[in-house]
Design a protein around this ligand. Structure first.
Ligand SMILES: Cc1ncc(COP(=O)(O)O)c(C=O)c1O
Length: 382
């Protein structure tokens, strides 16, 4: 056999896996990968236990359990005033990652262009490449990580098949406002292209702001795959459950892919989430305050170090500038921080095709205070 001709030759093990491995190897406090170190709500765990002992062991319906899709529709209506038909417009997937992959495979063809904004989540480009598409990277403008509308206007063309936005934004925490969505709608209007709106941090929004969903902007909603994650909302990233909301014809195409990627997602967890969502809406309603407290706690700790925290409007990530500590490029700095100082972070350049000359690392503050305290004690030494 000839050596395999890789379809993803530039993809290796992701920086998230590498930094977590390095953290374990060196006994570092791991603030790199984005997952909480606290448990999902106890009543939800009770429900999971009950459902595991119950009769939810066979394949769920391909688009997701009807109970869960109904609960999602009710939440969209109560929270955003958005009407989505659970039968034709909501699909449960194995994490937002699967929804992103399915949406991209559903609409992107060979040589189609897909516009992404750097820094961006790492699964977008490999999914586009596997679909045969070309990724067009537009950098967000610094220091606010805002969309450069003029750049977007010139990048859009009849070759553009899909635009991907992410708000609240990983890694910067920046938010798109309703006015931004209106502007996006106006720019996309002349083109026959779709929108993928990655809204997995919809409930992690601070300082009294509200998440602006693309689903509430009618023009965008009509061309949009909006993607959400139960993992982020219920402190259960390892359950790998998410969903996609899209108009019927887009959902139908997404399901054509979904049914051959996973067919259906885990049954007992879908049932438990359906029951928990309807009986405990206070959980997601309390998340902004819950995470804002952690953001503020961690910012207070960082203020005692030479790191300079960047404004964080959403997500459970904090960007910090380390230029008062080192002039090293961020990948080297993050490695040294893990190995020599015992704190693992993510260097921001890995989210870019062409990284700017910044000195930024990303901390995940979805951690117990003792974890954040332990990290801060080490960071104070720098
Ligand atoms: C911006 C963004 N999109 C999508 C995902 C994937 O979510 P899930 O774990 O539900 O697949 C993540 C996870 O970190 C993320 O940060």
């Amino acid at each position: 056999m000839k050596p395999i001709d890789s379809k993803l030759p530039s993809v290796g093990t992701t920086i998230f896996t590498l930094m977590s491995q390095l953290a374990t190897q060196h006994g570092a406090v791991n603030l790199s990968q984005g997952f909480p170190d606290f448990l999902p709500p106890a009543p939800l765990l009770d429900l999971v236990e009950r459902c595991i002992r119950g009769r939810y062991h066979q394949y769920a319906l391909m688009p997701g359990s009807m109970a869960l899709r109904t609960a999602i529709a009710e939440k969209l209506s109560a929270l955003y005033g958005v009407t989505a038909d659970p039968v034709t417009e909501i699909t449960v997937t194995s994490g937002a990652t699967e929804a992103i992959f399915d949406a991209i495979q559903a609409v992107v063809r060979r040589d189609d262009e897909v516009i992404v904004f750097d820094p961006c989540y790492d699964s977008y480009e490999p999914s586009i490449t596997l679909a045969g598409g070309r990724t067009v990277h537009i950098p967000l403008t610094l220091p606010d990580f805002a969309i450069d509308w003029e750049h977007l206007r010139t990048a859009l063309s009849d070759r553009t098949r899909l635009v991907i936005v992410n708000s609240p934004h990983n890694p910067s925490g920046a938010l798109l406002q309703r006015a931004d969505l209106d502007r996006l709608a106006a720019l996309l209007r002349p083109y026959d292209c779709y929108l993928l709106s990655d809204e997995v941090y919809e409930h992690v929004v601070f300082d009294g702001q509200r998440h602006a969903t693309a689903l509430a902007q009618p023009e965008l909603a009509s061309r949009c795959f909006a993607v959400f994650s139960f993992g982020k909302t219920y402190h259960a990233t390892g359950w790998k459950l998410g969903y996609c909301v899209a108009p019927p014809e887009l959902s139908a195409e997404l399901r054509r892919v979904h049914q051959y990627v996973t067919f259906a997602s885990t049954s007992p967890l879908q049932q438990a989430l359906a029951e928990y969502m309807t009986t405990h809406p206070e959980h997601h309603l309390g998340l902004p305050a819950f995470y804002q407290e952690r953001r503020d706690y961690f910012a207070g700790l960082l203020a005692e170090t030479k790191f300079r925290a960047r404004p964080a409007a959403g997500t459970y990530f904090q960007l910090a500038d380390y230029s008062a500590i080192s002039t090293q490029p961020d990948v080297e700095f993050a490695r040294r921080l893990t190995i020599e100082h015992g704190v693992a972070t993510i260097p921001v350049s890995v989210f870019y095709r062409e990284p700017p000359d910044t000195r930024l690392v990303r901390f995940c503050f979805a951690k117990e205070n003792v974890t954040l305290d332990a990290a801060a004690a080490r960071l104070r030494g720098l």
